[in-house]
Ligand binder design. Structure first.
Ligand SMILES: [Zn+2]
Length: 331
């Protein structure tokens, strides 16, 4: 009953929005005070949204727990309910949130796909990236003679790489998409959202420049990443991983794929493996030991649910690059 009332109140206020006087004082917290209920899917989207709603009475929650991978996560009953009750769901899109597939039709609120409008990069299976093997049709015991690209059925990966948020300039586009949805869902606070967006855009622009300055000082050598999460980051800053430990995110690499990887490590003189907090590094330890590789951790998602996690994660990753590659450089 309370829920119905709140939704109604938001709707009415939306119609009569005119800035200042809509804000009511001392109304008894929960009755008029509850603003939009927003659910984000991953920590970076939580962080961007948290910047945009600063100063409003919005309830913001995030689905993916810290250090879980969206590629393997399964929705819980509780998060499914939060989704159903949300006024606004902020998702990445590009098949990142496969865990939402069955629940999206239960969402009654607005759904914003934050990656909309971003210049996309094809998944590495589709592009001509310098790959150490040329055939994805092999291995997996149950698919010996399958002639077509069975992986499309087995493992969900879209045509485009979904990790768009790892570019600060993409994050500006995402924040803009979220802004539009916020203003649509809560016109009353439009001014606040706009102001917050301008501030966030400034911070993201500064971050882009800061990272560019830092990375361009480094002599970035050959490295592997755990899965292909960084192409947007790499495109922005002019670097590129030699290969990925996991051929498909969230799936153990096949023995044959690994053999190819090992050949490539030797052939190209790879020196560094970047792990991720979301995945078990057992395989990485073995590879590192056997081939004398240095190991460091990059975080593509953010390890906590907080307003600052986006910036913390990006700066943390850059610091890792600096720690690894400035040594190589002798600077
Ligand atoms: Zn990923």
């Amino acid at each position: 009953m309370k829920k119905t009332f709140i939704t109604l109140a938001v709707g009415l206020l939306g119609l009569t929005a005119c800035g200042g006087d809509v804000f009511k004082k001392d109304e008894g917290e929960k009755e008029y005070g509850d603003g939009l209920k927003i659910v984000t899917t991953i920590p970076p989207l939580y962080s961007l949204t948290a910047h945009l709603i600063e100063g409003t009475n919005t309830k913001l929650t995030n689905i993916l727990p810290p250090n879980a991978s969206p590629h393997t996560y399964q929705l819980t009953f509780e998060t499914a309910r939060a989704l159903a009750e949300a006024d606004l769901v902020v998702m990445n899109g590009l098949e990142l949130e496969l865990f939402l597939e069955r629940s999206l039709h239960d969402v009654k609120g607005l759904v914003v796909v934050a990656s909309e409008g971003i210049e996309l990069i094809k998944d590495h299976h589709y592009d001509d990236h310098d790959h150490h093997h040329d055939d994805h049709h092999y291995d997996d015991h149950d698919h010996h003679h399958d002639d077509h690209h069975y992986d499309d059925h087995d493992h969900h990966h879209g045509e485009y790489n979904p990790h768009v948020w790892l570019s600060p300039s993409n994050a500006i586009v995402m924040a803009d998409n979220i802004l539009i949805a916020l203003m649509e869902g809560d016109a009353e606070n439009e001014e606040i959202y706009r102001r917050n967006f301008e501030e966030l855009r400034g911070k993201l622009k500064d971050l882009q420049e800061e990272i560019h300055a830092k990375i361009s000082r480094l002599e970035v050598g050959h490295y592997l990443v755990f899965h292909d999460a960084y192409p947007y980051f790499e495109r922005d800053f002019g670097i590129r991983a030699k290969a990925f430990i996991e051929e498909f995110p969230g799936k153990e690499p096949s023995a044959r794929y690994l053999a190819g990887l090992v050949d490539m490590i030797v052939e190209k003189g790879v020196e560094v493996i970047f792990t991720e907090p979301q995945f078990s590094p057992k395989l990485v330890e073995t590879l590192a030991k056997d081939y004398g590789l240095r190991v460091a951790e990059l975080d593509p998602l953010g390890s906590e649910i907080s307003k600052t996690v986006y910036f913390d994660m990006m700066r943390g990753n850059v610091a890792v690059f600096e720690a690894i590659f400035s040594i190589q450089n002798g600077t």
